[in-house]
Ligand binder design. Structure first.
Ligand code: RIB
Length: 303
């Protein structure tokens, strides 16, 4: 079995509570409705790419608790190959407690569980898959040694390495030369570059400095302020204006959209516009995977 896109990363059950506003430390608030929804940055990016027409496999771990099979089923229903996801005998399936304000803003606390047991050996077991892939997509909700091994294996196999450095982890600064596309948001760019990022102009400076550290292309997403592509060529992409219901997984949707577009041979300018549209549509709906759009939704939106 071979696929174009291999995502190596986290698989979480998201425990989502809507609330008028986020609680302060030490405060108890009565929230609104509660949902359990499939999430995890890795799984979200895999589903985002699959819904947009990509052929996708996921590498990772779930626990042997009831959340595991639910999350595996969710991936399979979207056509993601799950043969390289193992069931950890000891650690529980990852989960994320997510509070979503009426404004659409959120706060997320991840309990990594089985995700934090993903190892370089898990990556090696997926060697055949990586050897025939065109893009390998990585994030930092699994341990750094596994992410680095995946980047090395992908590079050796001639696949393009996409690193969404979320949450930010400075370890990658030592091996950014392995990365073809580094995708970061405002806070991640700031943490990795050490430069303040508050708008398009300061974002460009941070993205350029990260590129100087070795990534071939840096893509910086600035939410409602747009996005930068910083490679040999540079371009700024203004945001699509939508009403935000929940920003969860907007970054994951963007990553999935960009990878599918580039994998399909689209020029980077078209790919960035497509990815921005995918991200924008995602914030108009509640939840991570339930909010990821299908290709037809994006085409209609862009038309
Ligand atoms: O990027 C959004 C994701 O971050 C959520 O689905 C949650 O699981 C956390 O991993």
């Amino acid at each position: 079995m071979s696929v174009d896109i291999v995502v190596i990363g986290s698989i979480n059950m998201d425990l989502v509570t809507r609330t008028e506003r986020l609680p302060w430390p030490g405060e108890t608030l009565i929230g609104k409705e509660f949902h359990t929804l499939p999430g995890g940055k890795g799984a979200n990016q895999a589903v985002a790419a699959a819904r947009l027409g990509g052929s996708v496999a996921m590498v990772g771990r779930v626990g042997s608790d009831p959340f595991g099979p639910v999350l595996l089923d969710a991936l399979r229903q979207d056509g993601v190959l799950t043969d390289y996801i193992s069931v950890d005998p000891t650690f529980p399936t990852g989960n994320a407690s997510i509070w979503v304000e009426d404004s659409g803003q959120n706060a997320i606390l991840v309990a990594g569980g089985a995700n934090m047991q993903v190892s370089p050996e898990d990556v090696d077991r997926a060697g055949t898959l990586i050897k025939t892939a065109r893009f390998v997509v990585l994030q930092f909700e699994i341990p750094v040694p596994a992410v680095r091994r995946a980047a090395e294996a992908a590079r050796e196999a001639g696949a393009q390495v996409v690193l969404n450095a979320a949450p930010a982890n400075a370890a990658c600064l030592d091996w950014l030369h392995l990365v073809d596309f580094l995708i970061v948001n405002e806070s991640e760019a700031q943490a990795l570059s050490g430069l303040p990022v508050s708008d398009a102009s300061s974002g460009l400076a941070a993205a350029r400095s990260l590129r100087e550290r070795g990534a071939a292309v840096v893509v910086l997403t600035l939410g409602h302020q747009g996005a930068w592509w910083v490679g040999e060529e540079e371009g700024f992409f203004p945001p699509f204006n939508v009403k935000a219901v929940d920003t969860t997984a907007a970054g994951d949707a963007f990553v999935g959209g960009l990878v599918v577009a580039l994998c399909g041979g689209q020029p980077w300018q078209t790919g960035m516009r497509f990815a921005s549209a995918v991200g924008a549509l995602t914030v108009t709906r509640l939840g991570a995977q339930p909010s990821l759009p299908a290709l037809a939704d994006v085409q209609t939106f862009l038309a």
